[in-house]
Design a protein around this ligand. Structure first.
Ligand code: ZN
Ligand code: ZN
Length: 532
């Protein structure tokens, strides 16, 4: 790298080109910081940023979809064919223009990650008292530092990049003021907010997957909170890509908790850690990809939950690295899966596959909680393909800890409109979705579903052990209750029935699109040991 002195600043400059053959690789550049430096500034830019030609975009989407369909069963292929053309256009609306994706990280003399570039083409700065979004305030020690360029996706023929690093003998002071001001504004807002009654057992509406301007989101945390309230959310999880530097900007407002999360964003899939304390790295020090189960264990060691994000998202090169492709995944370690991503209408194909995976895991006896995700990047973007779902969590207090506890228990339903409460009363005690009851052979259990605010004709489906067990047509109504009974454990020598069972409830619109309106997580029935 080139080093020069200019106007008392030392600066480094580097440029180069990436092509498709560089994708999923890292490039590391070391540079020396002399004594007496207080602040680092750098600018990174690349061009073209995206593939502009609409036809080439369609072609990429089409071939990615075709690649996708190869994995489908023959039955599903027929169903998907009808949706295929429509899906290309829907995806085009969502992803055009398909972007080149370069990520830039900065490491100090000891190899600690100082930050992850959030704004391409803008000055990013870091000193010991403050930093741009995406970076942690850091003491600038002299020695060899490192910049790493992560080439996530190149969809144009070539992608040219330029990087400039400037070193300053004193802090520029910029941004530090802004940070202070933001905190004051955040504090002032607290007084305006209505506080939710504490200590109340109830369902809280949330969004578990949100990006701020600390990574590739458009909005500050403050702006997201404002919009989240307008949308009727009681909380959300801040899940910026691979970093936790946004935590410092979370206002201390107990009436609107924000779950501290992270989106572990790899070349082979994305996952959320929820309830995090610090970042986890999906790579080894030398840049190799770690075994994902080690990463999950590290998330768990922080007391946090691990959730697979958009497992069947279309993936490379349309959404680089988004598809869950870790073959070694030990699903016993997985706490949650985003089974409902995006509006159901546009996410249908992927979401149905996620439900299939979910059913398979539940049938293996695993307790995985199904959640939804908007993957919020821009609060002003209006969803074009129908309503977005929310994840409702039952908690006895609106706090980060209690929400995590509710998620851990599977006390979760997901809805884009009507609310659905699924419960059973067993020996005088109520059990809700996510709970487990014990039953003896031949014991009949009564399950209840209460639906509120149903605006359209709909169909209720009860899924037992992965198959439809009970169906009922529903009419629009403010409140309705449906019940059904079953003998979860029979004494017949029918292997299936002697095993544990699970019941989930789903409600679909009764129109020609049959979009999912809401679902409640399973109630699990375990064979009672006492009567073995
Ligand atoms: Zn993602
Ligand atoms: Zn995301």
């Amino acid at each position: 790298m080139l080093a020069r002195n200019k106007d008392g600043k030392t600066w480094y400059k580097k440029e180069g080109e990436f092509t498709e053959s560089d994708v999923k690789k890292f490039y590391r550049y070391q540079f020396k910081i002399p004594e007496g430096i207080q602040e680092i500034q750098f600018i990174f830019d690349y061009s073209p940023r995206a593939l502009e030609d609409p036809e080439k975009n369609r072609q990429l989407i089409k071939s990615a979809l075709q690649e996708d369909v190869k994995e489908y069963s023959e039955d599903d292929k027929v169903k998907v064919k009808k949706l295929f053309r429509q899906k290309i256009e829907m995806l085009f609306d969502e992803v055009y223009p398909i972007r080149n994706l370069l990520d830039v990280l900065l490491y100090d003399t000891e190899g600690n990650c100082v930050g992850n570039l959030a704004s391409v083409g803008k000055v990013t700065w870091v000193n010991k008292r403050g930093a741009s979004p995406g970076f942690t305030p850091w003491k600038i020690k002299p020695g060899m530092w490192m910049i790493e360029i992560v080439v996530a996706s190149v969809v144009t023929k070539k992608c040219h990049y330029e990087m400039e690093i400037l070193l300053f003998g004193k802090e520029s002071g910029r941004g530090i003021e802004v940070k202070k001001e933001e905190k004051i504004v955040a504090r002032a807002k607290i007084e305006e907010r209505e506080t939710i009654v504490k200590g109340e057992n109830r369902w809280y509406a949330g969004e578990l997957h949100v990006h701020s301007n600390y990574s590739d989101g458009e909005n500050s945390i403050k702006e997201i909170i404002r919009k989240a309230k307008i949308e009727g959310l009681n909380f959300f999880a801040l899940t910026d890509h691979n970093l936790v530097s946004g935590y410092d900007s979370i206002p201390q407002d107990s009436s609107f908790p924000i779950i501290k999360g992270i989106e572990i964003t790899t070349f082979f899939g994305h996952a959320l850690g929820l309830g995090m304390k610090s970042s986890v790295d999906w790579r080894c020090k030398n840049g190799d990809v770690r075994n994902v189960n080690d990463v999950i264990n590290e998330v768990h060691a922080q007391g946090a939950l691990f959730s697979i994000a958009h497992p069947y998202c279309i993936g490379d090169p349309v959404c680089a690295g988004c598809r869950w492709n870790f073959k070694e995944t030990d699903y016993r370690l997985i706490d949650m899966i985003e089974v409902w991503c995006n509006s159901w209408r546009i996410g249908k194909i992927e979401n149905c596959r996620s439900f299939k995976l979910w059913n398979k895991l539940l049938n293996e006896g695993l307790r995985v909680t199904g959640v939804s995700s908007r993957d919020w990047h821009d609060v002003d973007k209006v969803p074009k393909y129908g309503p977005i779902s929310k994840t409702f969590v039952y908690a006895n207090l609106l706090s980060e800890d209690k929400l995590i506890e509710g998620l851990r228990k599977g006390h979760v339903f997901v809805s884009s409109g009507p609310t659905v409460f699924f419960w059973t009363e067993h020996w005088g005690k109520n059990y809700m979705c996510g709970d487990e009851i014990e039953a003896v052979a031949q014991e009949s259990i009564r399950f209840n579903i209460k639906v509120e605010n149903l605006q359209t004709f709909a169909q209720l489906k009860i899924i037992r052990d992965g198959s439809v067990f009970f169906e009922k047509d529903l009419s629009p109504k403010e409140e309705l209750i449906v019940g059904f009974s079953d003998i979860p454990i029979s004494d017949k020598f029918d292997n299936k029935k002697l095993e544990d069972s699970w019941y989930r409830c789903e409600i679909y619109a009764a129109d020609k699109e049959r979009n999912l309106l809401c679902f409640a997580n399973p109630i699990y029935v375990k064979k009672s040991k006492s009567k073995d």
